[in-house]
Every structure is written in C-alpha cells, then in structure tokens.
Design a binder for this molecule. Structure first.
Ligand SMILES: C[S@@+](CC[C@H](N)C(=O)[O-])C[C@H]1O[C@@H](n2cnc3c(N)ncnc32)[C@H](O)[C@@H]1O
Length: 436
C-alpha cells in the first residue's frame, strides 16, 4: 500500500479511469506505468536526452551495457548461424526491444573489425516500441522488416511485457487487480477475467500454498507472431531471466517474480512511483516455446548465459585483456574495469544465470539449417561447446568501444559480492535472487 501523496498526471488518469470503470487488471496498470505514450516510464525517460533507463545514471544494468564482450560473442554466434544457413549473401539480424542501441553498436563494430566475411552479408535492424528520441540507430516497431533470412535477437525484452497477476485463495486461482481507495492505489482480488490466466496456473494449483502469487504473460503470442512475420528462415535468440513453467510456479516462489527497479534499488511495490520506476517479471520459457511452436519454430536449446558465453570463448577474451597491462596497453585500473565488466556477464549469481533460449525455423525459404550429424548436437558453439569461436580474435574493450557502457567499478560495482555496501544499493544477490 502506498502513502498518500499528491497524484501525478499519470496517476490522475488512472484514478479517473478506475473511478469510471472500476478496478483494472494489473496488465492494464503495468502497460500505463511503463508505456503510456506521454507519461509512462519508458516514453518519458527516452524523450529526455541523458536520462536513459539503463546504465550508471539509470535504474538498472543489462548485459550489453555491462561490457562489449557480450555483443562480440553474440556476433561470433551469429556468424556461425550464418554459416549453418549456407552463408547466404544476405543475413539480417533484427533486434527487438533494442533500447538505446548499445548491442547494435557492439555487434556491428565487432563484426566489421574482426569478421569481414560476415560483415559483407550482415544487415542489422534494431527496433524498439519506444525508440530513443532522435535515434538513427534504433527504429520503431512499425519499421520491423518481414520475411528475412537471419536471426531475431532480444535481450531483456520479454521481462518488460505487461503481465496479469494471480493469487491462490482456498485452492482457486483468482486475479489481482488495481483499485484506488482512500487516496491510495491498492490491490484487490477478484475472479479471473482472462480464462488463459487460470489455464496456465491450474496444473500447479494443488502444490501451491494459499496466498501464493505469480504472474502470467499473455502477450507472448503477439511477440511470437511478430517474430514469425519478421523471420522467414533462421534463428531466434532470446536472452532474459526466467524459468521453464514448473520452476516459475514452484511452491517456494511465494510472492511471484514481479520486481521494480529505481536508481539501482530493487523494490517489490509496483504501486509506488508510478511511471518513475521500471517493473519486470520473470519469463515463462515454456510459454516462449509454445507460442513459437505455434508458428513452426522449434527449441534448439535453452542454457544459461554463463554457459553460452563460456562455450563461445569468453575466457579467451579474459586472457587477451590480461596481457594488455603487460604490454602497457591498459593501466591497472583500466584492466580491473575491463575484467569486472567481462566477469559480471558470467557471474553465476547474476547475469550468468540469465537464460539464453535458441529457436529455429528451417527450410521455408529453401535454405536448410545444417546441423551436426551427431546426436545431441545443435551445430552451434554457444550451445554445444567445442573449440572457442573467440580464439584468435582480439577482445573488445570498454576503453575503445563507441557505445556508452557502464563502468562497474566507478558505479560502486553492484555486481561485486565483496563490494562495501552503498546506501540504497542492494547486493547483486538481492538484485537477482530468485528466492522470494
Ligand atoms: C529492459 S529494456 C532492455 C533494453 C535493451 N535490450 C538492453 O538490454 O539494454 C526493455 C526494452 O524493451 C522495449 N519493449 C517493451 N515492449 C516492447 C515491444 N512489444 N516491442 C518492442 N520493444 C519493446 C522497451 O521499450 C525497452 O526499451
């Protein structure tokens, strides 16, 4: 429950709407809080230059912003995917939910510098529902291409989708709505309005204790349809935090996975700071599989980010960076900054435990995806391991990257377990703890 304060303009609108029509679903509330055209979190932050939601001065960090090694290793994986498709003359990478375009810059720069054969074939289209004002590198979703051969990539897109919330009461699935009473926004519990919310949770109800809460993302079908319209043949790489459904709705996750981020502080009250804080929920990767399967995609694999990046050869980047101070190419502080960034990407307690899901759809355009003929192999190094794709390639550096990355050490490194506590900064463990 929130302390009564004078409502801001977005809150006024919600109060007015609730006054006329009654309590709204959490999905409708989250849609307004994050994406209201004028007052929602993303549009209002993206309209003002220098107030990006992601990064040191924002509310949270993501992998692309943490170190350019993330984009470089993805570039190596994309090149191998291109080869698996028979090295077509044109391979289009479409990034959805590209935010400020950091990943785009890192992937294209690395490809041009280190992978000249692939650079000739790769085109990169970065899109976002809320592109930054005046951005030339990130387009709106109305500019999504159709019928491409290539790969659709996203990082932390699906956790930003508005979700419905449920609560278990006396063995039944009920829905949490948002109401406005006595000067504050409050949760109210009512019967479920969308049958799909109940259908998703019903198989688990018997094992869930009373008052158990969780979320259901009903928007994944739209996402899958837009992936399908965009991608004719090729791969889908989805990086995000989440679980397969039995783990997402595990009885121990009593309060669900809804989280709020405000100035690098983790919160669990979405009814505060409406339009000023980010709200996310863990991704149901079973739903990702199902919605993509409807469009003819199959899951190639789903692994952790740590394993994916290790398989691609992130350790070769660390070794390369380790030699730079000896060659006087990096100062001690610069070296520490580079290794803190790269290390954070594979931290098993942090970004390293994000999931990387890969799906594929083959022959629609006549191009066959060539898989290894060995059982259990996907033909993709990030998933199978084997020789490092990064070997022999220079590591990308924070020092020389064009895109704006976070400097974790200067930011009081929220990823470091040993970092002294900074006021209002949760530990990295608290930030990404899956425990309620
Ligand atoms: C958590 S941010 C991640 C940004 C970026 N990918 C990164 O890793 O730094 C989520 C992004 O998804 C965008 N987004 C949310 N819903 C979307 C949709 N349906 N289509 C495209 N972008 C969307 C938001 O505007 C926001 O930029």
């Amino acid at each position: 429950m929130t302390t009564p304060t004078a409502p801001n303009e977005l809150e006024e609108r919600l109060i007015d709407h609730i006054g006329r029509y009654g309590p709204i679903t959490f999905e409708a509330f989250m849609e307004a809080a994050l994406y209201d055209e004028h007052l929602g979190y993303y549009p209002s932050r993206r309209r003002q230059p220098g107030s990006a939601p992601v990064g040191t001065d924002g509310d949270y960090f993501t992998s692309p912003v943490t170190h350019p090694a993330f984009g470089a290793l993805l570039a190596l994986q994309l090149r191998e995917m291109w080869q698996r498709l028979g090295s077509p003359g044109e391979f289009v990478v479409v990034e959805m939910g590209a935010g400020d375009g950091v990943l785009r810059t890192d992937i294209t720069e690395y490809t041009e510098r280190e992978l000249p054969d692939f650079a000739k074939a790769m085109q990169y289209v970065a899109t976002d529902l809320v592109p930054p004002a005046g951005s030339e590198s990130v387009a709106g979703t109305d500019e999504l291409p159709t019928g491409i051969t290539g790969c659709v990539v996203s990082n932390e897109l699906l956790d930003a989708h508005p979700v419905n919330r449920f609560i278990i009461q006396a063995g039944s699935v009920r829905e949490i709505f948002v109401d406005y009473r006595d000067g504050t926004f409050v949760e109210v519990v009512q019967d479920v309005v969308e049958p799909e919310v109940e259908a998703r949770v019903l198989p688990f109800v018997r094992s869930l204790p009373d008052s158990y809460r969780g979320e259901v993302n009903l928007r994944l079908g739209y996402w899958s349809d837009s992936v399908s319209a965009t991608l004719d043949s090729g791969y889908v790489i989805t990086v995000d935090y989440g679980f397969d459904r039995p783990d997402l709705y595990a009885p121990t996750r009593l309060l669900g996975s809804l989280r709020c981020y405000y100035q690098h502080t983790l919160g669990q009250d979405p009814l505060r700071r409406i339009g000023k804080q980010d709200i996310t929920a863990h991704v149901d990767f079973t739903a990702v599989d199902h919605t993509l399967a409807v469009n003819g995609f199959t899951r190639v694999a789903n692994t952790t980010q740590s394993e994916f990046l290790m398989n691609l050869g992130i350790e070769d980047f660390l070794s390369d960076v380790g030699e730079r101070p000896v060659r006087k190419e990096l100062s001690r502080l610069e070296f520490e900054e580079e290794t803190a960034g790269i290390g954070a990407l594979i931290d098993p307690e942090g970004l390293g435990r994000f999931r990387v899901a890969v799906h594929s759809r083959g022959a629609a355009s006549g191009l066959e995806i060539k898989r290894e003929q060995v059982a259990g192999h996907t033909g993709l190094s990030g998933l199978d391991g084997g020789p490092s794709l990064a070997a022999g390639h220079a590591a990308p550096l924070l020092q020389t990257a064009t895109a704006d990355h976070a400097r974790l050490l200067r930011a009081g490194n929220p990823f470091s377990q040993s970092r002294p506590q900074i006021e209002n900064m949760p530990t990295w463990e608290q930030l990404f703890s899956d425990e309620p």
